[in-house]
Design a protein around this ligand. Structure first.
Ligand SMILES: [Zn+2]
Length: 87
């Protein structure tokens, strides 16, 4: 699988570290209740199909990326710098 880093261009997937669901960019407010924090920390969907994940180009520029991809076909729809993604 090739991932097109916005800073470095097309690179092998092995240069990237998979963090997980990009949901982690939407952190609850510090005073959110325990249910909101439990959902944020422990509850994850496991869809077959389109996902929105957080990756780091750890063997390249070190940028954090939000990658939209299809888990069934491995097709990547978009790669965006995480700092440019609205929270
Ligand atoms: Zn890069």
């Amino acid at each position: 699988m090739r991932i097109i880093c916005p800073n470095c261009g097309a690179r092998d997937r092995r240069e990237f570290y998979y963090q997980g669901d990009a949901l982690t960019l939407r952190r609850p407010a510090p005073d959110a209740g325990p249910e909101a924090w439990d959902d944020y920390l422990h509850i994850r969907d496991n869809p077959a199909g389109l996902t929105r994940d957080l990756w780091c180009h750890e063997a390249g520029c070190g940028a954090w990326l939000v990658i939209e991809r299809n888990t069934q076909t491995h097709a990547i729809d978009s790669v965006t710098l995480a700092e440019k993604v609205k929270r």
